[in-house]
Structure formats: structure tokens, C-alpha cells
Design a binder for this molecule. Structure first.
Ligand code: AMP
Ligand code: MG
Length: 342
């Protein structure tokens, strides 16, 4: 079965496939999603199969209006904080974890008593959800473990022949997956950083915790609050090594390790000084652009099978920097070389 490529005028075709229990790659502002009817367990099961995703990793349910939560009976005991966050950040790159009802098939929630819900800020995603007239379960549209897709071409590279269609809506503007916050705990807790920053969430809610798994490796045997955090993620095929230190120490270290199989994942300002292959995330302090380009950079590195080692700078943990940090530290298996101490 070949995967059909649809352009953004063909939303109705995508919606018809989804209503019939099919699986379609759809654009969102974060990354491309692999969508199926969230209320149809058999359709949702096809997502796991296409991605090779472990069945214990739950999916985010996408809606096109805050009222859809009640309309489709997705969640119960909805706290006031959910309405405050929706008012501030929906539609947008924020996923809220709420207590689920029995209307949510077990495949979506992977056996948890909660459900993750997001209202994406992308006209094509919203149009598909409305035309299908059902919430859509949609994880990132990559093969499990590889970098998330930010273009329809990335989706096809991973999923051609494995899904019914991909709807092309251009490159994703945010570039990293949504911020995930649980409202099912006493104090709201960020489980995954994304385009809506911890600082922005605190400005609305006051106290917000950040789960340990955002910055650190989970201890052996620990249970992840967000099951996705325990899997190796975002990794290109080459070995990613994170370097912590000044701009000049980074350049010096990379040049000292120059070889054909080496690539620097760097910033524009470094380009002229590095004597190895380079892939740039953008200008040095422009974290929004780094997030937007991160997965495309990792995929471009993957396109050069000769590259075995990638030297990247340890990102800042401020603002959207935290989302880039969270992805890269996983890609690097939590290994960081401190250039100040060597
Ligand atoms: P993806 O859709 O590929 O961006 O992955 C969704 C992320 O949300 C994964 O890290 C999941 O583990 C997490 N997630 C989804 N539903 C829940 C839930 N009910 N509780 C905690 N984390 C969740
Ligand atoms: Mg994913």
C-alpha cells in the first residue's frame, strides 16, 4: 500500500480516511502528528503498529475547541487551572493531562487513568479535526526512537507504505513537541518542556513543578510520570556528545577532534571558525529558532552515513532553551563533557 500525499486543500479526503479508521500524517505547529480517530481503539492501535511504538506509551488527543473536552466526554473533574491555561495558551503547543472518562479507549491512555489533551494552533490540523468531527489521537509521525518530523517529507521518509496518507501543511513553526503539564497532581507539574515555557506557565498558575525526568536520567526501575520519558528518543544514528563551556572552548575542542566522521551541531557565529562538517541551529541566543531547526538538523546529519560523532553545545535551560536541552540531553544519552574541568 502506497502512502498518498495530500495538499492542504484536500482536508476532506484526510477526514474521510480518518472517519473510516485510517491513519493520516497531519501538520501541526509543533511537529507532524500521526492521527487516527481517538474514539476508535482499533484505529488507534494502527498508530502504534506504524510507529513501532511501545503500547505502554500513551497518546495525545487533539481537539479543535476547549468545549470538545466535554462534548466528547474525554475528561472529568476538570480543574479551574485547565480553563486558565486554555485561555492563556490554546490553541497552542501545550498538552494538559486530565482525569479521563470511559469514553477514552484504553489504547489511547495505555492503561493510565488520565488522558493528554491538546488544541493545536495550526489551521490545517484544526480543519481536519473539525471535518472528521472526532478528536484525533496523534503522537509524532516518526518511527519510534528517531527524530520527530517537522515536514511532510520527513513523515514520508519514515512512514511511506506504513500509513494511508500524509497531509502537507508546510514546515512546523515551533519544531519541538508540545509542553506536557499534568493537572492530575496537587501541584501542576511539567512532564515535558516545549514551546509554552515553564516561566509562562508560572505566570498564569503560580506554583508549577518540573519533573525530574525533564533534566535527568531516570533511575533504574523508577516509574516515569510521562511514560515517553523513559524511552531513548530523538537520537540520530551518530553518537551525540554534548560539550559544556565557553564559545571558544567549544570551537577549540571540536577543531582538536577534527576528522571526516565528525560533525558540529553549532550556531551561525561558529561556522567560519570550525574546521569540520557543520550543521547550524541558527543564531547563538535565538532559542526559538534552535527549537524550530533541531529535528531537521538531526535528520540532515542522519543523511550522511559517514558521520559517526556529533559535537553539540549544551543548550541553555532558559525559556524554550529547556525544550532543546531536554531533547539533546536524551539524544546524547545524558553524557556531557565539561570543558572547564578537562
Ligand atoms: P508524542 O505524542 O510522541 O509527542 O508523545 C506524547 C507524550 O505525552 C509522551 O511522552 C507520553 O508519554 C506523554 N503522555 C501522553 N499521555 C499521557 C498521560 N496520560 N500521562 C502522562 N504522560 C502522557
Ligand atoms: Mg514522539
Amino acid at each position: 500500500m502506497n502512502t498518498v500525499v495530500l495538499d492542504e486543500t484536500q482536508v476532506d479526503i484526510a477526514a474521510a480516511i480518518l472517519k473510516n479508521g485510517g491513519v493520516v500524517g497531519i501538520p501541526t505547529e509543533t511537529v507532524y502528528g500521526l492521527a487516527a480517530d481517538a474514539l476508535n481503539g482499533a484505529a488507534v492501535a494502527k498508530i502504534f503498529q506504524a510507529k513501532g511504538r511501545p503500547m505502554d506509551n500513551p497518546l495525545i488527543v487533539h481537539i479543535a475547541d476547549f468545549a470538545d473536552i466535554e462534548r466528547f466526554r474525554l475528561a472529568k473533574d476538570i480543574p479551574a487551572a485547565a480553563k486558565q491555561l486554555a485561555k492563556a495558551f490554546w490553541p497552542g503547543p501545550l498538552t494538559m493531562i486530565l482525569r479521563r472518562t470511559d469514553a477514552v479507549p484504553p489504547e489511547v491512555s495505555a492503561g493510565l487513568d488520565t488522558v493528554a489533551i491538546r488544541f493545536p494552533n495550526h489551521p490545517v490540523a484544526q480543519a481536519v479535526i473539525r471535518a472528521a468531527d472526532t478528536p484525533l489521537a496523534a503522537p509524532s509521525a516518526n518511527l519510534s526512537g528517531s527524530p520527530s518530523p517537522t515536514t511532510a517529507r520527513h513523515v514520508l521518509n519514515d512512514m511511506d507504505g506504513r500509513i494511508d496518507a500524509v497531509l502537507d501543511g508546510g514546515a512546523s513553526a515551533v519544531g519541538v513537541e508540545s509542553t506536557v503539564i499534568t493537572l492530575a497532581t496537587d501541584v501542576p507539574r511539567v512532564l515535558r518542556p516545549g514551546g509554552v515555557t515553564v516561566e509562562m506557565l508560572r505566570a498564569v498558575l503560580g506554583q508549577v513543578d518540573v519533573d525530574d525526568a525533564v533534566l535527568h536520567r531516570l533511575a533504574d526501575g523508577a516509574t516515569a510520570a510521562s511514560p515517553g520519558m523513559k524511552y531513548k528518543h530523538y537520537a540520530p544514528k551518530a553518537n551525540v556528545i554534548l560539550l559544556h563551556g565557553s564559545d571558544s572552548a567549544y570551537i577549540e575542542y571540536v577543531n582538536a577532534h577534527a576528522a571526516d566522521e565528525v560533525c558540529a551541531l553549532c550556531c551561525d557565529e561558529d561556522l567560519l571558525q570550525l574546521h569540520v562538517k557543520t550543521v547550524s541551529l541558527g543564531r547563538r541566543n535565538d532559542y526559538l529558532t534552535h527549537a524550530q531547526h533541531l529535528f531537521d538538523c538531526l535528520r540532515r546529519i542522519d543523511n550522511h552515513p559517514a558521520i559517526r560523532t556529533v559535537y553539540a553545545r549544551l543548550p541553555s535551560t532558559e525559556g524554550v532553551g529547556l525544550a532543546v536541552y531536554n531533547r539533546l540531553i536524551r539524544a546524547a544519552g545524558f553524557e556531557v563533557i565539561d570543558l572547564e574541568t578537562i
